[in-house]
Ligand binder design. Structure first.
Ligand SMILES: Nc1nc2c(c(=O)[nH]1)N[C@H]1C(S)=C(S)[C@@H](COP(=O)(O)O)O[C@H]1N2
Ligand SMILES: [Mo]
Length: 397
């Protein structure tokens, strides 16, 4: 062996990747982080190493930061604000925050303190922006090009909305929608309907909804809707109204632009309009978090892991492919089952030989819905659950 070769060899063996390869275990190295934007003032407490700051109102969880223990810690959870964050002073007296309940027999305002005496329930949910996966649309829709990190699995605690409604005499006759309104201060000189965050959901959304004051065992931070959030398990992110100030049962959908024209599944080439489907329930979806896309691996045994969820019905099965979807193997679920609205972590242990591999996952929910290969094209880039789009390509040496 000549000197140059032996130096290279010693250098390689010193690296952990080659050392692991020697015993047949795979490892991967994290791709270099892109130029980081600073965290906005209301979110300085986020873990900078775990997030991608797209803008002061859009912050994504890094794909390699999800971990394998189900719950997404608040300091890694994504943020999406349609309006500037409210003043932090709204948290000064949390129990004094008022929400007005309308469209019931006895409408009235209730404080968080009063809500706390009306009932308590806890639910684990996937909170996911309907634009999650937009970054995979070749049409490059306007809006944040999220890949997988506009989502998390979190635990909420609050009072069931049903309990509140029952205490106020029930829903008034003729009401068909549950309408929630965000408590942001609206900019002056513009039509409030053009900016207010207000969403209307079918009445049945009430069944599982909470008025929540806790996230992952702590009072909800401002960034995630404290002091009080309308949490609608199984429904896309936008329907989970932060700093909720009004919950109204209404006979018609809100006329707010975010309801009438925003968040509609608009066919390519068309203009958004209220007759198109709105983003409501989430669809069945999964993705691989490790190996990371474009990570460099060494050949050997690897744990392919990711997350899977079914929207409003539980996820029942996840298959994994290492050949771009030609063949599939059942992955196993790991960790506790936190109910049908939570995601489940899946793992497939496999041997990855040298070469280039496309790793994909495909989930099936309890209702029999299977994650599709292809996305439904739409102008806004919403609801992407294509397994092909979420596949990761890895190079194994
Ligand atoms: N009041 C209010 N609620 C809101 C929003 C908002 O801008 N204001 N954004 C919605 C959208 S689009 C999403 S995806 C989620 C994001 O929740 P998070 O920031 O806690 O992750 O909140 C929803 N609820
Ligand atoms: Mo969103």
């Amino acid at each position: 062996m000549n000197t140059v070769n032996s130096i290279q060899r010693r250098h390689m063996l010193a690296g952990s990747a080659s050392a692991l390869a020697a015993i047949g275990l795979a490892s991967w190295t994290r791709p270099a982080a892109a130029q980081a934007k600073p965290l906005p003032a209301y979110a300085t407490w986020k873990d900078p190493a775990s997030v991608i700051v797209h803008s002061s109102s859009t912050i994504e969880t890094r794909r390699d930061a999800f971990g394998t223990s189900i719950i997404t810690p608040a300091d890694k959870l994504y943020i999406r604000n349609n309006l500037p964050s409210p003043d932090p002073s709204i948290l000064n007296h949390r129990d004094g925050w008022e929400v007005s309940i309308e469209g019931v027999q006895h409408p009235r305002a209730l404080t968080v303190g009063q809500l706390k005496s009306m009932g308590i329930e806890t639910v684990a949910t996937v909170l996911q922006c309907s634009g999650n996966g937009r970054g995979f649309f070749p049409s490059k829709p306007s809006g944040t090009p999220w890949t997988v990190g506009a989502a998390g699995c979190v635990v909420w605690s609050g009072v069931p909305l049903r309990a509140v409604v029952e205490a106020l005499g029930g829903v008034s006759p003729g009401m068909a929608y549950l309408t929630g309104t965000g408590g942001e201060k609206l900019p002056e000189g513009v039509d409030p309907l053009s900016v207010v965050v207000e969403r209307s959901l079918p009445l049945k959304a009430m069944d599982d909804a909470l008025l929540a004051w806790e996230l992952n065992g702590a009072p909800i931070p401002l960034a995630h809707g404290g002091p009080l959030r309308l949490v609608v398990p199984g429904y896309q992110g936008v329907n989970n109204i932060k700093y909720v100030k009004r919950v109204a049962f209404t006979s018609a959908e809100s006329k707010a632009k975010i309801m009438s024209h925003g968040y509609r599944i608009t066919p390519p080439g068309a203009k958004a309009e209220p007759s198109q489907p709105s983003v409501l329930e989430m669809n069945v979806k999964s993705w691989v978090n490790s190996p990371a896309p474009d990570g460099k691996l060494t050949a050997g045994t690897t744990q392919i892991h990711g997350v899977a969820f079914g929207g409003t019905s539980a996820v029942k099965r996840v298959e994994v492919s290492i050949d771009g979807g030609k063949t599939w193997k059942d992955a196993k679920f790991v960790g506790p089952d936190l109910g049908r609205f939570a995601w489940r972590q899946f793992v497939l242990q496999t041997h990855l030989p040298a070469g280039t591999h496309t790793i994909a996952s495909r989930a099936t929910d309890a209702a029999g819905n299977v994650q599709p290969e292809v996305r439904v094209e739409n102008v806004g880039g919403y609801s992407n659950n294509s397994w092909a789009d979420h596949a990761v390509k890895v190079m194994v040496a």
